[in-house]
Design a protein around this ligand. Structure first.
Ligand code: NDP
Length: 258
């Protein structure tokens, strides 16, 4: 894998701590030789990110603040990126958000504001980022986002986020069609559940999912950030150059079960 992404400039969004899926992605991309640009929202995430990078000997090209709920913040982030890195080749989008009260009980009780917020941050953000990336992906590129099975099926308590992930996966297909002519590919990974800050603190009954997968998934085990990181790296690399508009399941095969 070493050298597969040498000379490629890739933006990674969504590291809150060492358990984040985006941290697994970072390790895989670094190992493949990519130059990395990071975006963060909270100051706490920035502090964690800088600690993690220095502890792992990863020298970033840039770390920029970017709140995907705010167009001005996205534009400012890309101005800063463009000034330092005029051409980018990849984007790893690994951000989502819904209010805790919308990730329990019944979906029918979702509020208008809860629905809007989850769609905005978890689905529209990919569109907003793709629009900016397109301007800098002048040598072609690859965009990869993170989805979940709750987009395709009812997963208890995932509720409003399942609907946001369905919109995210549909966006992957529409964006893939728009951007293919610029040699920009757009794909999603649909990962099995992983114990991260958002997942543990957000989705009610989240830990129950693990035993079902351990027991029933074809591979009889849960996946981790490193497995998702490697699959994301594959979709960001030329090894996947014939693939776009795809949702690749990294879930020990759980999604094939009826
Ligand atoms: P983390 O909590 O580690 O990461 C979530 C990230 O989203 C954080 O870095 C957070 O930044 C960022 N974020 C939230 N709101 C905004 C915003 N307005 N602007 C910019 N960034 C924002 O959780 P995960 O690693 O689990 O989540 C990453 C992705 O993986 C999400 O899309 C999630 O839905 C998806 N996924 C997760 C699964 C799991 O089981 N963990 C399974 C399948 C998919 P900050 O902390 O700075 O606010």
């Amino acid at each position: 894998m070493s050298g597969l992404l040498s000379g490629k400039n890739i933006i990674v969004m969504g590291i809150a701590n060492e358990r984040s899926i985006a941290w697994g992605i970072t390790k895989s991309l670094h190992e493949a030789g990519a130059n990395l640009i990071f975006t963060y929202r909270k100051e706490r995430s920035f502090n964690k990110l800088t600690q993690l990078l220095s502890a792992n000997g990863i020298e970033p090209l840039l770390c920029v603040s970017c709140d995907v709920a705010d167009d001005d913040s996205i534009e400012a982030a890309f101005r800063e990126i463009q000034a330092k890195v005029p051409v980018i080749h990849g984007l790893a989008h690994s951000v989502a958000f819904a209010e805790k009260e919308d990730l329990q009980g019944e979906y029918v009780d979702t509020t208008r504001e809860g629905y809007r917020l989850s769609q905005d941050i978890s689905a529209y953000s990919l569109v907003a980022m793709a629009k900016e990336c397109k301007k800098l992906m002048t040598e072609g590129g690859s965009i990869v986002t993170q989805s979940y099975l709750g987009a395709e099926r009812v997963v208890k308590n995932y509720n409003v986020m399942g609907v946001a992930k369905a919109a995210l996966e549909a966006s992957v297909r529409y964006l893939a069609d728009d951007l293919g002519k610029y040699n920009i590919r757009v794909n999603a990974i649909s990962s099995g559940p992983i114990r991260t800050l958002s997942a543990k603190g957000g989705v009610a009954g989240f830990t129950d999912l693990f035993s079902a997968i351990q027991e029933k998934a074809p591979l009889r085990k849960n996946v981790d950030q490193d497995e998702v990181g490697d699959a994301t790296m594959f979709l960001l690399s030329k090894l996947s150059r014939g693939i776009t508009g795809e949702v690749l399941h990294v879930d020990s095969g759980y999604h094939i079960l009826g």
